[in-house]
Design a protein around this ligand. Structure first.
Ligand code: FE2
Ligand code: FE2
Length: 441
């Protein structure tokens, strides 16, 4: 006979099922935190279940005592109807938290999100597909134009802001380091240096500036659909950081358009002819398409494609590489101190944007390792395009000015790309927890 749901006998059976489940043992190898499930029944009575889950096994499972309440690292609270939907596999617990159907009253949401596969395997081990489920809880898929009502607010619930999360740490850093004014930069020495450059040197600097400023304009115009997607999922901490992200991209446009082009090269004219075929493919088509696709499809796969395009390729390969080499060329020749100052500040902003991209992709892949081929396919599609853009810059000159070498660009690009790919792969393999951002944040 099947034991009554949430009874002591049922809890014992769950512990046995968990310990006999090889898939759970593998998926939960890095999970080491006791978990407490808080169930509110229709008659307002509550049941609390304590599960001591440790590196793939269940060391204890019981109706929770008050000591267990203090000891549990994570407490998840929901109505019985919601728990039934979780146990029948109709509602992914992480998605349930995002939709505010389950409340994480204790513990780090980031850690939980990073262990999405563990949660899935746990539910699979104890699932009861034949349970009656009286209250359908999953809302219908909504179009981007449909209003999403709020059921609770992070700031007025016990949950509160997760100040240890990667987005909140990036937010704190953005407030300290991201507030700088391009209009404060003194370009007087830069103007003098510009007068002494030869035609090829000027052409290269205008080419790079024409690519950078349009690139910054493009990322400013194309970020909003991602911010909207994150906001609709109720991820307050991430949206707080993303407000700085968008403002900083606009500030970068300001730096090039009102700084470099206004003070140093006011007669530059139309720079569109510097946009080579590969550049056009990426910035005119691929980037806006991937980002604006989120307005009609905000699925994790679509988010992964957008983030790979924006954060990994445009920022992580092209912007970071371009700014690093541009800065090095000017520094090596002791030229343009104002531009160098701006590039340094801008690079620091970009490193936070890329750190967010690594966080986002890691969160997505940890919740669903099946997304890996999507990420890999998009990277494989766009990486040659990024390298082609670098090639096109060099092929425009017989003798490259400022001692710039192709190898310098390509090595930086490949190294940065490889490092970040490894980080995201770790998330796929569930090796990521708090150290996800060790050298980015
Ligand atoms: Fe930027
Ligand atoms: Fe950026």
């Amino acid at each position: 006979m099947t034991p009554a749901l949430f009874s002591a006998t049922w809890i014992d059976a769950c512990a046995q099922a968990i310990n006999q489940n090889d898939a759970y043992r593998r998926a939960a190898a890095n999970w080491r935190w006791p978990l407490l499930l808080h169930i509110t029944h229709d008659d307002a009575q509550t049941t609390m279940i304590y599960l001591d889950l440790y590196h793939g096994s269940c060391r204890a499972a019981r109706l929770a005592t008050s000591a267990d309440l203090a000891h549990a690292e994570f407490i998840l609270e929901a109505r019985e109807a919601i728990w039934r939907n979780v146990l029948t596999g109709q509602l992914d617990p992480i998605a349930g938290i995002m939709r505010r159907q389950l409340t994480l009253t204790k513990g780090s949401l980031t850690t939980l999100a990073m262990h999405g596969a563990t949660a899935k395997a746990l539910i699979a081990a104890i699932s009861q597909p034949d349970l009656p489920h009286p209250t359908p809880s999953s809302p219908p898929v909504q179009s981007v134009t449909t209003a999403t009502p709020h059921h609770t607010f992070v700031t007025t619930s016990r949950q509160g802001l997760d100040n240890d999360s990667v987005p909140m740490r990036l937010w704190q850093k953005a407030k300290r380091l991201g507030v700088w004014n391009p209009a404060d930069i003194d370009f007087s020495q830069d103007v003098a240096d510009w007068q002494n450059l030869n035609a090829t040197e000027r052409d290269l600097l205008l080419r790079l500036t024409g690519m950078f400023v349009a690139g910054e304009e493009s990322v400013t115009l194309d970020l909003l659909p991602l911010i909207m997607t994150i906001a609709r999922e109720g991820r307050l901490e991430e949206e707080m950081f993303l407000t700085t992200f968008l403002w900083e991209e606009a500030k970068h446009v300001d730096f090039f358009a009102n700084g470099f082009l206004k003070h140093i090269a006011p007669d530059a004219g139309d720079l569109t002819h510097y946009h080579t075929p590969a550049y056009r493919t990426l910035f005119y088509d691929e980037l806006p398409q991937a980002m604006h696709a989120l307005l009609s499809d905000s699925s994790p796969a679509a988010q992964a494609r957008a983030s790979v395009t924006y954060n990994m390729i445009v920022e992580g390969v092209l912007a970071e590489t371009g700014y690093e080499a541009y800065f090095a060329a000017l520094e090596r020749n002791n030229l343009m101190p104002g531009v160098r100052q701006g590039i340094l500040l801008l690079k620091r902003d970009e490193s936070r944007h890329i750190a967010y991209g690594v966080f986002l992709l890691s969160r997505l892949i940890a919740a669903d390792p099946q997304l890996w081929p999507v990420i890999e396919q998009r990277m494989n599609q766009l990486m040659p395009l990024a390298m082609q853009i670098i090639t096109e810059i060099f092929s425009a000159y017989d003798d490259m000015p400022f001692g710039l070498r192709f190898e310098e660009f390509s090595t930086i690009a490949m190294t940065n790309f490889g490092r970040r790919l490894q980080r995201i792969e770790k998330a796929r393999d569930q090796l990521v927890d708090a150290d996800i951002d060790e050298d980015e944040v």
